[in-house]
Design a protein around this ligand. Structure first.
Ligand SMILES: Cc1cc2nc3c(=O)[nH]c(=O)nc-3n(C[C@H](O)[C@H](O)[C@H](O)COP(=O)(O)OP(=O)(O)OC[C@H]3O[C@@H](n4cnc5c(N)ncnc54)[C@H](O)[C@@H]3O)c2cc1C
Length: 373
């Protein structure tokens, strides 16, 4: 089949690779260059983990992990750093307890640690006596930009055509034929997959999807002393503070310092084309305040900072479905700030849907468009 993939971030790049690998005539469109920093899939690190307070996501991660290992193998480069992960918070925090339960239900190994045990194993962390942590050894981080680049490189190797710097203006169906109109012309396709991230609503205005795009900020702080406490060799795991809603990484080996961020949604972006303001001073102050109590060996100097976009659905569930009234068009959207670890799986699922392959056996009914309209 001749299949277009619109938007080559994490999800689209994976879909393109799977389609080309299966022998389809796959054509990718990306409005910027591959690996650009205007969307959601750029940077040195995205957390990968089984630890979810929701067993469906924990179980889907079993499928996703396998696909990341395959990508690493095919790409012949290190894309996944397995350094373990801590999911912590107040001992009564609902999400910490639900995360533990999801691991039990999925038969996955973990350790429940108190504040002292965390200090012993991971000396950079300061937890309070009323807090607990779930340690899961398979957590770590993905090198996001490199994952996208690897998918596209392999897709091309398997025969895909990639149009970079090519913005798609419209996807439409007429007389049962589906067309993609871009700034380089119009082309007919058997099937079209749209993985446009924050730009999804502009391509499907009439669907009126309840997507909200928000400006997110990340900050790297310098390590003051005990550099060895912050390394990705198991000493410093990726972490999520469920109660205060922050997350962070060990030193990623590329950028000086340690990356931390708030997970809660930032300000709403009304114009995706407008230049994005740099990270706010007030945000940096909040991060410094948090780091001071949680990581006593961190300094307060910002070594790097960056902004990025979340595309949020009201309940943070993804949308994975065929588009109503356009039976040859499929979309994935609403990754809601936690989608990167799934992008390889989402690319696989949507490429299967678009090629009439019903082989994915998990129940995806939660991700149907009708739940969001
Ligand atoms: C600061 C930050 C931290 C995050 N941390 C994590 C984490 O630790 N773990 C995790 O799992 N997830 C994390 N996420 C979420 C994750 O990065 C995103 O969910 C994921 O990258 C979304 O991928 P995507 O392919 O859906 O969208 P995108 O990466 O935005 O890709 C969409 C692509 O479509 C292109 N496009 C759009 N419209 C058009 C058009 N009309 N024509 C041509 N091309 C078009 C865009 O240019 C873009 O390249 C984080 C996100 C942010 C912003």
């Amino acid at each position: 089949m001749k299949i277009a993939v619109i938007g080559l971030g994490g999800t689209g790049s994976a879909a393109l690779r799977f389609l080309a690998q299966s022998g389809h005539n796959a054509v990718g469109y990306e409005q910027f260059h591959i690996g650009h920093a205007h969307g959601s899939s750029h940077g040195e690190s995205r957390i990968i983990r089984y630890t979810y307070p929701d067993v469906l996501y924990t179980q889907m991660m079993s499928d996703s992990y396998k696909l990341w290992f395959d990508l690493e193998k095919e790409a012949e480069e290190e894309l996944f750093i397995r350094c373990g992960g801590l999911y912590f918070g107040d001992k009564n925090d609902r999400d910490v307890l639900a995360t533990e339960q999801a691991l039990i239900d999925s038969n996955l190994p973990y350790e429940r640690l108190n504040a002292e045990q965390v200090k012993e194993k991971h000396p950079a962390f300061h937890l309070y006596p009323h807090e607990i942590a779930i340690f899961q050894k398979d957590s770590g981080f993905l090198r996001a930009t490199r994952c996208v680049e690897a998918n596209v490189r392999l897709a091309k190797k398997y025969g895909a055509i990639v149009h970079e710097n090519t913005k798609v203006q419209e996807v439409y169906t007429r007389d049962n034929k589906t067309f993609v109109r871009s700034n380089s012309g119009e082309e007919e396709y058997d099937r079209v997959i749209v993985t446009a991230g924050p730009w999804m609503s502009s391509l499907f205005k009439s669907l009126d999807l309840p997507l909200v795009t928000t400006r997110q900020q990340i900050v790297y702080l310098n390590i003051n002393d005990h550099n060895e406490y912050f390394q990705a060799n198991g000493t410093f795991p990726v972490w999520i503070d469920s109660t205060d809603n922050l997350y962070g990484f060990p030193n990623d080996g590329q950028i000086t310092g340690i990356k931390l961020a708030y997970h809660h949604c930032g300000e709403v972006i009304s114009d995706l084309g407008a230049e994005r303001a740099p990270v706010d001073e007030s945000y940096i102050e909040e991060i410094r305040g948090y780091a001071k109590k949680r990581f006593p060996n961190l300094g307060s100097d910002v070594t790097y900072s960056q902004t990025c976009v979340y595309t949020n659905t009201p309940n943070a569930d993804f949308i994975i479905d065929r588009v109503p009234n356009q039976s040859n068009v499929f979309l994935v959207s609403g990754c809601s700030g936690h989608g990167f670890k799934f992008t390889v799986l989402l690319g696989k699922i949507i490429s299967m849907m678009a090629t009439d392959d019903n082989g994915y056996k998990r129940d995806l009914s939660r991700f149907k468009i009708s739940n969001f309209l």
